[in-house]
Design a binder for this molecule. Sequence first.
Ligand code: GCV
Length: 680
Amino acid sequence: MTRTLLLLTLLLCLNITAEDGHQLWLRAQNTGQVTVKCKTGSPTLDIAAQELHQGWQGKDGGHIKLKIKQDKRITGDGFRLTRNRIYAQTEPGILYGVYELLRRQQTGAPIDRVTQNPSYDLRLLNHWDNLDGSIERGYAGSSIFWRKGKDAFTVTAQDRNLWTEYARANASVGINGTVLNNVNASPQMLSPKVLKRVQEIADVLRPYGIKPYLAVKFSSPSLIGGLKTSDPLDPDVIRWWQEKVSEIYALIPDFGGFLVKANSEGQPGPQDFGRTHADGANMLADALKPYGGIVMWRAFVYKPSGDDRVKQAYNEFVPLDGKFRDNVIIQSKNGPLDFQPREPFSPLFGGMKETAVMPELQITQEYLGQNVHLVFLAPMWEEFFNSETYMEGPGSTIARYTGGDIIPFQHTLIAGVSNIGSDPNWCGHPFAQANWYAFGRMAWNNALSSEQIADEWIKLTFKNSWGNDAGKEIFNEKFILPVKEMMLKSRETAVNYMMPLGLHHIFAANHHYGPGPWWAPAGVRKDWTPPYYHQADDKGIGFDRTRTGSDAVSLYHKPLPSVFNDLKTCPEKYLLWFHHVPWDYKLHIGNTLWNELCYRYDRGVKEVDKFQKTWNNMGLYVDSERFYQVQGKLREQYDNARIWKDACLLYFQQFSGMPLPDNVEPPVYRLNELMQIDKK
Ligand code: GCV
């Protein structure tokens, strides 16, 4: 058969029907029968068996035995699987083994003697969902848990159905906990009627091995408890929290614990009463301890008139190292600032020696094009996990530190700020689903490569039918490989057209979508304005964090302070993060800083243009609904990338006074026009 004929045959086999994406990566229907044997029954094991029946791939009948047993090779919710057996020490472990087996069947990966143990004991989503149904930094509709109106607290069959689908999707990638509300928490979260709804949600999540957690407002005792204070050392306050915790566990015996944003961005905290973060966290930890609950205390704290913002969390928490109870975990964003397209890692990783530190990653694309730009985040997280902290010399990576391999922390955890909402496809952009998927896969195994995750996700999400082997090859060559390449490049591309070479936080106003390097209205906190971060002037650009600047370089373990401090050894991706660099400084590549900045912005735009061309060829392989949706979004991304490039280059050119290099596309927009665009 000729290749053209093969392609036609493949297309006939594909049976491409419209898809709204609601089924995520769990679309496969069984292609054969399987007999499942399991001595014990339980809601979780029943789901495991049902999943096998529903998704089994194979022409001949299969046989699978599920067994709970102790095995030295397995830890926590890990499992072992062979062609016809799955065993684990826990019921969720069996379920994860089943999902792994099906994933391997569906993606064509080998299945024999696979042993897997999770990198983190607790793998959580953080929802920034508000009780009125809105979602802070949510771009995919409203909350699936909360709504306003008269039926706000009625639990409908539709709610239960959606929560079940949500639980299944999470369990399929190993997520085992979820914080149901925004860290900017309402005190009403702890009111009886809200807790009753949390109980209903918990009942749906439980069979999938998922525990609920709540974000709490530190001043709840005075706001809803009628107390005069919320001082963590006050006996009445301590009693109030103890009673509240006991009320919660009476409703939800497997409740996970609290997440707290305190003394940050206007939220109340122990410092309001002259107490420390440790005083506040420990008081809550003591209340939760008898029930096995934990406190995730956020390190995202900074003050308006303080030192360099990226140093503040370190300076606040490292002196308290060792003063926290063992059921307190410090939750730190991956970078020291705020989920920027690129940041070096936060020095709290490797900086705290006696207190567990957990990473908070952001799945929702607040700073990465929201629900419009195609940006696959796994490469960013891979870069983070592989970063060397040098805490105990080379090899002390973030992956090992946070996974408890360097210091055996009592608890190992990871959290991802969710991108899920009520949109039919859950995440707003069809490719944003890949970020939810990637978070779960990396929380399970922080050594997985972005390449593997992208490969799995594409196969599970878009595969309809590969037909015969030849068809499979064409599908691979024409669809999987180019789409994968686009995904893997997409983060670096966004860095290029938004803020290359270590630039950071040059977003407009508060929406964090488009560019606004000029944005600094009178009266706004300096550390909320882009000029604070880029520091452009006629000499150069970048934030001087060297030893003679803010000295943030010194917060890292040796040799990083010297590496970052020296312009010649500082990785170019972090150049303007650590240095104020003259416009005519010659980079390793031989270009001046100004020219290289121009080339990077230009390259970013051209890469998005290439993504559009790649996707335009995919209409044959994807259902039309998702094809046109992605095509439209890429068109918008391209327009946005040009705006980013023109806005930043024209604005910075006022300081550099240098021309754009000849081979850079001339601007399409005028700076004064762009400065009027405040919204996306
Ligand atoms: C939930 C950033 C975001 C805020 C967010 C905050 C945080 O500042 O813009 O929306 O608040 O981080 O992580 O607490």
